[in-house]
Ligand binder design. Structure first.
Ligand code: ADP
Length: 222
């Protein structure tokens, strides 16, 4: 491994970080234009909701730890083992919400959860799944809440300077969720925190397993 002088190490880190945020912006713009052009195609393949939650938590675990924020996961016992959906796009929406939650939270916790809201009384039947991300962060002013899912909308003028971002993330999330036959929304109290949730209406392939339920509850908090 090449050793760098501390100053050069800092330069290298700045360059790497700039590269990453540039890539994130480019990806947002590409995604958004693809959706606007009507070229978004969703997959319908077997998805295990608990795995999605696990993957997203693993992805952000280190970042949460470095900010001293607890990142917890909860898979409700009624969550189907398997549904039909697009795992990449579900993860994308969830990651975006967790990323925001960590960005706008300085103390406390972020909880990622999934549960079944309705249906799913037998394999092959329709069911509605709800994912949510709650944080104890800065929250969002009531008059801003309605416009937060619009493209290029950010909390206020200081947001870009302080936190970066393009204001495209939630606009992309909303379109992806709508394409999954779902809805996205939020509840927030300024200074207290926010809870973002989205649903997807889809087919249940494998119902919640009784044995599995206990495991899920045991590892509720990671
Ligand atoms: P970006 O994060 O790129 O600015 P988003 O569309 O993801 O764009 O978010 C839009 C705005 O919504 C953010 O700039 C921020 O003001 C607000 N916001 C989103 N998530 C949260 C959150 N968990 N807590 C507080 N504010 C949030």
């Amino acid at each position: 491994k090449a050793r760098l002088a501390p100053r050069h190490q800092r330069y290298a880190e700045v360059i790497a970080k700039s590269g990453q945020s540039l890539l994130a912006i480019i990806n947002d713009i590409l995604d958004f234009s693809k959706i606007e052009a009507g070229k978004l195609q969703l997959e319908r393949i077997p998805v295990r909701p608990a795995n999605i939650i696990d993957d997203v938590v693993s992805l952000f675990w280190e970042r949460a730890a470095s900010k001293h924020i607890d990142l917890a996961a909860y898979v409700a016992p009624n969550t189907p083992e398997e549904i039909e959906g697009d795992p990449v796009r579900i993860s994308q929406v969830l990651s975006n919400l967790v990323n925001n939650a960590l960005k706008f939270t300085e103390h406390g916790h972020v909880v990622v959860a999934v549960s079944m809201k309705s249906g799913g009384d037998a394999a092959g039947r329709d069911c509605t799944l709800e994912f949510s991300v709650s944080d104890t962060g800065v929250g969002i002013e009531e008059d801003k809440q309605a416009s937060i899912f619009e493209a290029f909308s950010q909390g206020d003028q200081t947001t870009t300077r302080r936190y970066g971002g393009t204001g495209l993330g939630l606009a992309i999330c909303r379109r992806l969720v709508e394409a999954m036959n779902g809805e996205i929304g939020l509840k927030s109290r300024p200074g207290k925190g926010s809870r973002f949730f989205f649903s997807t209406r889809t087919k249940m392939l494998v119902p919640a397993q009784p044995v599995r339920q206990v495991q899920n509850e045991k590892r509720a908090v990671i």
